[in-house]
Write a protein that binds this ligand. Structure first.
Ligand code: IMP
Length: 180
């Protein structure tokens, strides 16, 4: 049903599995003695975080934070809103933020600064996708799954007006879907 709205697949399910395995191994090595808190940004992080943590073999905590920047549509609103805050303190902790995609860089900068202000020792970012051509604020994630062109993508957590998050791959939406 959803597939008919997809113009082409950018990252396949198999590629996402391989990416998660590779990033998981790197994180395992870098954080083996740090007991990090891995904080996923809802809702887009859900499938990626679930896949990634299977490949992280260290003592770590998992937390979630709700953040919204698009408010529907295909352009970032520039207005980042925290919709669900953390239930735990990050003071004195190593934090790794898990994100679906970094586009303008605004969301991640807001969250990063907030967690640092709250006393996190280190704050790094692991993102499934990076769209560097969309950047409006200087930011380079430490761990990047795949670098993609400046196109609007959906699937594996990424939505268009809250739909398509359940696709098992990353695809480019047909323009007629959002030009309707
Ligand atoms: P940024 O603040 O512009 O970096 O945007 C990051 C957030 O915007 C992501 O967590 C996504 O929710 C959303 N986003 C950015 N690019 C896309 C896209 O191509 N498809 C769907 N959501 C996107």
């Amino acid at each position: 049903m959803l597939e008919k709205d997809i113009e082409r697949i950018l990252v396949t399910e198999q590629e996402i599995n391989a990416i998660s395995k590779k990033l998981g191994a790197q994180i395992t090595e870098d954080y083996h003695d740090k007991k990090p808190i891995i904080i996923g940004l809802l809702k887009g992080c859900i499938p990626f975080m679930a896949e990634l943590i299977k490949h992280i073999d260290i003592y770590c905590e998992i937390e979630l934070m709700g953040v919204q920047s698009y408010h529907g549509g295909t352009e970032s609103s520039g207005n980042v809103k925290i919709t669900k805050d953390l239930d735990v303190s990050v003071e004195g902790r190593h934090v790794l933020i898990a994100e679906d995609i970094v586009d303008t860089g605004r969301t991640i900068n807001v969250v990063k600064n907030l967690l640092k202000y709250r006393g996190a020792l280190t704050v790094e970012v692991v993102t499934l996708l990076d769209k560097p051509a969309g950047r409006q604020e200087d930011f380079t994630p430490k761990y990047i799954g795949s670098t993609i062109p400046k196109e609007f993508v959906v699937g594996f957590g990424l939505d268009y007006e809250e739909m398509y998050r359940n696709l098992p791959y990353i695809g480019v939406l047909k323009p007629e879907v959002y030009n309707k």
